[in-house]
Design a protein around this ligand. Structure first.
Ligand code: SF4
Length: 178
């Protein structure tokens, strides 16, 4: 049984206060998400994105191996793409620190899904084999076939298409815990 009080303290200490507990078996996966990723996402083919991550069936098996996770809501307003890039990179670094802290607290299965495509490097190496940060790069939910619209709505959150607002965004990261 997870010590959710301890985990909550870790989340808050790392600056993540907008979150909810989830049952990873409730994460919705769908083939249409993978198709949209293949035909419509600029990051398709990056080192932590399809085609270098597991099949949709394997992603489903992976999520079903967990009983507890956390959905983190991150929102940000920005004036230009560079500001957004830096915010996204720094938030990922903080999430990776949190993943490490949770793992060191005894939750050895802990695994993070970034809230968007990995941008730890200014230019992605383009394949998992060539990745410059193999220990730190993580996939994002959409890359793993997660229907975020359906998944976040189960937990009372909403998601808008980025094209509908060019100056602010809502993103969701997932921490699979045990
Ligand atoms: S760590 Fe760098 S090379 Fe690896 S997936 Fe992320 S951006 Fe690409």
């Amino acid at each position: 049984m997870a010590d959710q009080t301890l985990l909550q303290k870790l989340f808050i200490s790392k600056g993540f206060s907008d979150y909810c507990w989830i049952d990873p078996r409730e994460i919705v996966t769908a083939q249409w998400v993978r198709m949209k990723y293949m035909f419509g996402c600029d990051f398709y083919g990056s080192a932590s994105c399809p085609t270098d991550i597991p099949s949709l069936d394997d992603c489903r098996v992976f999520f079903d191996e967990y009983r507890l996770g956390t959905l983190f809501h991150l929102s940000q307003s920005f004036n230009d793409p560079e500001e957004l890039r830096i915010w996204s990179r720094d938030a990922k670094r903080a999430l990776l620190e949190l993943e490490r802290s949770v793992c060191l607290s005894g939750y050895h299965k802990t695994f993070l899904l970034f809230m968007d495509s990995c941008n730890l490097c200014r230019e992605c190496a383009g394949s998992r084999a060539a990745c410059r940060n193999k220990k730190l790069a993580r996939p994002c939910p959409e890359g793993m076939g997660v229907d975020l619209f359906a998944t976040v709505s189960k937990y009372g959150y909403t998601l808008d298409c980025p094209e509908n607002n060019e100056r602010s965004l809502d993103r969701y990261a997932i921490l699979l815990i045990e």
